[in-house]
Design a protein around this ligand. Structure first.
Ligand code: CAA
Length: 259
């Protein structure tokens, strides 16, 4: 498959890296880009050698939002009938292996929402996050009003979505939106380090962590704990559990076969 608006590569045959590549538009997310992104993520997800994926952008912009130029003339009938935005973005959420967002520069509107759809965010010190849709006479449309408060709490989510202001990387880390902040020139090294580490683990355990942590944001605490317990029990049926524990007991490095 050839792509025009993203580039795709692998690292050590274990990590799939997707770079958003519409530099002149600050990686504004149009239909074609999102389709390519969904296709590339699913291709990596289906590749048994790949254990983790990274989505990144340019130094100046992870993504400056949905493409305002293409949206400007849309009517209610267009967007409602086409289920605009989410239809095309749902694919990203259905990926089962972990996806890390490596964010430098602007992550605004749909760009911030795309980063939040990933499993965690590592930010460069020049990253800036925001939901500025209010300035365009709309609201976030790809999960921003739901994921942002879950990540940073109601007060900051309201502040950001109602004023449209941006927050810098340190504020984003303080408030729980990003897991780590690193100097810009270390962003890819740090993210690759995390992705390579994850890809060494049992893929089944990794996917179970992802499913189970995501459950924390859906349903009740009791349901989530029961879901976690059942996945925990199920992993005792895998060879990787035997390997991981035997390696620990015998003081050697575990070699997981994803069985
Ligand atoms: N869509 C389309 N084009 C965009 C864009 C976007 N979201 N963001 C930036 N661009 C384009 C600009 O139009 C400009 O193009 P030209 O050179 O052809 O004029 C180019 O990218 C560079 O942008 P600026 O000249 O504005 O660069 P800057 O450094 O002065 O400012 C910025 C950067 C603060 C990010 C500013 O571009 C900006 O505010 N962008 C819009 C951010 C925004 O409102 N995002 C939300 C979009 S709506 C949405 O995402 C809905 C949703 O929930 C899914």
């Amino acid at each position: 498959m050839t792509y025009e608006l993203i580039t795709v590569r692998t690292e050590a045959d274990k990590v799939g890296i997707i770079t958003l590549n519409r530099p002149k538009q600050l990686n504004a997310l149009n239909e074609q880009l999102m389709t390519e992104l969904g296709t590339a993520l699913h291709a990596f997800d289906a590749d048994p050698a790949i254990g983790c994926m990274i989505i990144t952008g340019s130094e100046k912009a992870f993504a400056a939002g949905a493409d305002i130029g293409s949206m400007a003339s849309y009517s209610f009938a267009n967007v409602y009938k086409d289920d605009f935005i989410t239809r095309n973005w749902e694919k990203i959420r259905s990926v089962r292996k972990p996806v890390i967002a490596a964010v430098s520069g602007f992550a605004l509107g749909g760009g911030c929402e795309l980063a939040m759809m990933c499993d965690f965010i590592i930010a460069a010190d020049n990253a800036r996050f925001g939901q500025p849709e209010i300035k365009l006479g709309i609201i976030p449309g790809a999960g921003g009003t739901q994921r942002l408060p879950r990540a940073v709490g109601k007060a900051k989510a309201m502040d950001l979505a109602l004023t449209g202001r941006m927050m810098d990387a340190l504020e984003a880390e303080r408030s729980g939106l990003v897991s780590r902040v690193v100097p810009l020139d270390k962003l890819m090294d740090e993210t690759l380090g995390a992705a390579l580490m994850i890809s060494e683990f049992s893929q089944m355990a990794v996917m179970a962590v992802k499913e189970s942590v995501n459950r924390a944001f859906e349903g009740t605490l009791n349901d989530g704990i029961m879901f976690e317990r059942r996945l925990f029990h199920a992993l005792f049926a895998t060879s990787d559990q035997k390997e991981g524990m035997d390696a620990f007991v015998n003081k050697r490095k575990a070699v997981f076969t994803h069985q």
